[in-house]
Design a binder for this molecule. Sequence first.
Ligand code: PLP
Length: 394
Amino acid sequence: MITPNMHYADLKDSYLFYNIAQKTNRYLQDHPGTHLYRMGIGDVSLPLCDVVIKALHEAVDDQADKGRFHGYMPECGAPFLREAIARHYRGRGVDIADDEVFVSSGASDELGDILDLFDRGSSALVIEPAYPAYVDANVMAGRRIIHLPSGEDNGFLPEPCDEAKADIIYICSPNNPTGAVFNREQLGKWVDFANSNGSVILFDAAYEAFIEDETLPHSIFEIEGAKTCAIEICSLSKTAGFTGTRLGYTVIPKALVRSGMCLNEMWIRNRTTKTNGVSYIIQKGGAAVFTDEGQEQIQENIRVYKNNAKILTDALDEIGIWYCGGKNAPYIWLKCPGGMGSWEFFDYLLNEVQVVGTPGEGFGACGEGFFRFSTFGSPEDTKEAAERLKKLLS
Ligand code: PLP
């Protein structure tokens, strides 16, 4: 009889969003017709911008025309999109070659798939609280996971230390769930640490478009030495509303070499074996994001989410609750008032003011006592939620 991958038995039940759904459904059953103010969602609520929609329509028409039709796309991405993304990096002063960019169907897919590059005996460092997929993808592969807790004392931005020595290092900045962003100096320490230990940093930049402080790095490749130790994984999901359209990109510098193997070449071999590329239509839509017009238009939606963040953080300031994030990230990470636990606070907000957030404990043990608000909801709901929070907690 075949033996399945028994590491799946080591996965902890992903109860976070399941529990939230159970609790909110039960509340709605008991209180029919009640409107809930959902500040927990990690999905965007605004549609794709005009320039993207136009490009998608044109690409559909191309597929109807014998002369302009596209079949299989190059596995590593369409040259027009790889070139547009590399140019976007160069515009920010980061010298990336077109063939160091790989087009993907999104960051989630890539965060899982990229682990093919590493030996199963390698260890993985996860800075917690963290996006749950980092841990689960490595549990599935049977890897040893080192959990590095962070907290209020270091602003949820820990420094490298002996206990953090690992082969693979996950860094998510701006961070989900804390909204904290590493500055150049802090990120530089991780880059030096990875280079001196021969580790590889998997830098998740899914929220880079939300950075407004010009001194903060959008890309790890803005840091000297990163090309020899880092892979950057990006997504158009939150940047441009592609959560349901699906498009991302990954940068693997050719200078990233371990045990004589060039990881860029390995990834070409992987992609040409395991994918047949991303749809032509979607890549055309994605390329529109990197035009000047596209860059302006995506900011309109980001501005709406940022206004939501301001409404919520103003309310927290008024109440006097400790939080981080919200300024350079679409998440606000707050300390539950009165020493409440994460789930206790969840129940309290749901029952008293019908506001739904995400309990911090779901992102790792050190998230207990904290809570995440997302800013992707509607402005009307966000305003009302903020008023209700002020009334309840002031
Ligand atoms: N990385 C982080 C930190 C995320 O929060 C998310 C989605 O919420 C992803 C990656 C996945 O993004 P995508 O929609 O591109 O798969």
